[in-house]
Ligand binder design. Structure first.
Ligand code: FMN
Length: 358
């Protein structure tokens, strides 16, 4: 947990780094933006991330076309934002200006402080429709979509994209400049091309070119954010105004805590023990069950339990039981066993994701 005293800047050292960052009218308590992640960033995940110091969280992407047709109960499920969840962004994907503007209004009516557009999704079923990374290839159409949204809502509209379609067609600097001119309030750039998907390394020199290209809007960098000291250096050096944490915190809540601490006082704090890591993982599982109810919540938390088990002794035996988890009591029992098994020889485990939607 971050103690209140850790939020105070150390005298004369320029901490906290990234203080006072704003997206339009929305002030962020830290420059750490938790990535939208399909199947992961539900309310339970976002609440814990905010408590651990995230300055902004975001729903997973939702197709505008589905949102405008969704009945009330489906809207409650898809846009699961709470009234005390501030600030929060809702992410949309789509390529039709009218649908996207209508969907943005729905997001705002349901509590979004910011509406973000996914211009980086690489998956075939999205790009085939001309959305995600495919939309970003066409700067004029992207501008038309974002301008319609900016004109339809009073909250800031932001965009998240890749560097370009492939190495030969990098257009993020040009695209971001054009978006700034129609009122887009911030941009996030994942430093890979669509062709790269999740291979290779994110190119932060290219991300820096985007920051040089825009006039005044904040630029967030995304891609391989894994090292708190590197995050601090990139913000201090003006490479970016803030960072997006994604795979780096999956299965590792402490990475978020450490990054926020680094930015608040220049030191990530001690390496967490196995029990501390497990404690945060457990809080997340409980929150998932609280949000979704016992039946669905326990089922949804199975994958998160598997992440924790991989790092503990006797992992194979414990993992075999995850598929049978159905009740809160069984989850509780398994947690107690993982806790007493202790850390395995390979240390705490982070899952490997080689695909995603942005
Ligand atoms: C499982 C998963 C789901 C994702 N879902 C989304 C999404 O809904 N919207 C989006 O803009 N990006 C999405 N992304 C991309 C991330 O937001 C981030 O830009 C990307 O993972 C690069 O950062 P990293 O290398 O630090 O993970 C997703 C990534 C993963 C791994």
């Amino acid at each position: 947990m971050i103690t209140p005293s850790s939020t105070e800047p150390a005298a004369g050292t320029g901490y906290p780094v990234g203080a006072g960052l704003r997206i339009g009218t929305v002030e962020l308590s830290s420059p750490v933006f938790i990535a939208p992640m399909v199947g992961i960033t539900d309310r339970a995940f976002r609440d814990l991330a905010r408590e651990l110091g995230a300055g902004l969280t975001c729903t997973e992407m939702t197709a505008a076309a589905a949102l405008v047709r969704a009945p009330e109960d489906a809207l409650n499920r898809i846009l699961d934002m709470g009234s005390d969840e501030r600030p929060v962004a809702a992410q949309l994907v789509g390529c039709d200006p009218i649908l996207m503007a209508d969907a943005a209004q729905i997001c705002v009516a349901r509590g979004a402080d910011i509406v973000d557009v996914n211009l980086g999704c690489p998956v075939p079923k999205v790009v085939r429709l001309g959305s995600g990374a495919a939309l970003a290839r066409d700067i004029d159409q992207t501008v038309a979509v974002l301008e319609a949204m900016v004109n339809s809502v009073s909250v800031p509209v932001t965009a998240k994209m890749r560097l370009g379609w492939d190495q030969q067609s990098i257009n993020a600097p040009e695209l971001c400049r054009a978006l700034e001119q129609v009122g887009v309030a911030a941009v996030t750039v994942h430093g890979r091309t669509r062709a790269q998907r999740y291979t290779g390394c994110a190119d932060w020199d290219e991300i820096a070119r985007v920051r040089e290209a825009v006039d005044h809007i904040p630029v967030f960098g995304s891609g391989d954010v894994r090292d708190p000291a590197e995050v601090e250096a990139r913000i201090r050096q003006g490479v970016v105004d803030g960072v997006v944490v994604a795979r780096g915190m999956l299965g590792d809540w402490n990475f978020l805590e450490q990054t926020v601490r680094q930015l608040r006082r220049g030191d990530p704090g001690p390496e967490p023990s196995f029990q501390e890591r497990l404690g945060l993982a457990r809080r997340h599982w409980d929150a998932v069950v609280d949000q979704h109810g016992e039946r669905l919540g326990v089922r949804l938390s199975r994958k998160f339990v598997v992440w924790a088990i991989k790092g503990c002794s006797g992992a194979a035996r414990l993992r075999a039981r995850v598929a049978d988890l159905n009740t809160r009591a069984e989850l509780e029992e398994l947690f107690a066993e993982i806790s007493s098994a202790g850390e395995g020889p390979g240390g705490w485990h982070r899952p490997a994701f080689t695909s995603g939607e942005g």
